[in-house]
Write a protein that binds this ligand. Sequence first.
Ligand code: 13P
Ligand code: SF4
Length: 348
Amino acid sequence: MDNLQELSDTEVDEKILKLKNEFKEDLFIPVHHYQRDEIVQFADYTGDSLELSRVSAKTEAKFIVFCGVYFMAEIARVLADERKYVFIPNRGAGCPLADFAFPEDIENVWNILNRLHPHEYIPVTYANSHAAVKAFCGRNEGLICTSSNVAKIFKYILEGGKRVFFMPDKNLGINTASSLGMGNDLCVVDGYSHENLNEKKDSRLVIWNGFCIVHRVFTPDHVKYWRKKDSGFKIIVHPECEPEVVEASDYSGSTSRIKKMIEGSPAGSKWVIGTEYNLVNRLSLQNKDKVIEPLDKSVCANMSKNRRRDLLSTLLAVQRGDYTGQVLLSREVIRDAKKAIERMLDLS
Ligand code: 13P
Ligand code: SF4
């Protein structure tokens, strides 16, 4: 076998293409918008978290090589039937936001909530969470959401007369609450500090205190800077940004919404985008008839861990029949997490 480090980038790319052609429909490569261009060029599908969940559930391919972060590959593992194999090029590509919430801490707060308002809270986890957290939601009549359907899911629960226990992204939770006019009806908790519940024990929204380090970089001062520089810029940000940043911007939305808004805008439009830099840079290269600037350059170091050599090495292992690197979950976690994910897919 070649030493992959000794191959040039072009040679690596040629080998990946050759393998893709050999696997044909046995291989499916879903790619998140935040991946590096060197990975995006091999995508069978690019999308946001919701779209990637949908295509992973539908694919007939025997091998899914998911290019994103680990929780995304886990969703594919949960949804794909058990005869399929799911891989991620670099198993070290985690999500620090997901690491804010572990089932033991969540169960702790869940027990308190159930003492305060028995059977009234529905647990909702953002897709950016560990499979065990999704399984907790599935076991407790809850579901998952992504940035593109979170408002719809909150509304569905609240209009049904229930309360929402949302984890792990505080910003997405607060931004969604504000969009529903519920900014004062919430309480922020985490595994260490749930005393807030003493004062706000009737909150209809209880929100976990996690955040995305990549989106936390953006501040209201960045928005002010671009507004001052040129009032012709429209500013669009991801809802994982701090509430003050979302409030100061013109629009917010999932990665696919951002992409669609830019692509659908007339030539000459000027945009400032507050999300991960790989996507912003690609949009700017692909929309030369528009002016596109990053709110600030913020890269997701985890998304960027998947490199072309990791992809090649994964494909070579699959070709040899070596599946030791596959993404695995216990039967129980798959069973329970699947309930939570399928409830979301049915609703959106
Ligand atoms: P999207 O669902 O908008 O693609 O977001 C995923 C993500 O990880 C954002 O940080
Ligand atoms: Fe996680 Fe933030 Fe990276 Fe998205 S951008 S994968 S939420 S760390």
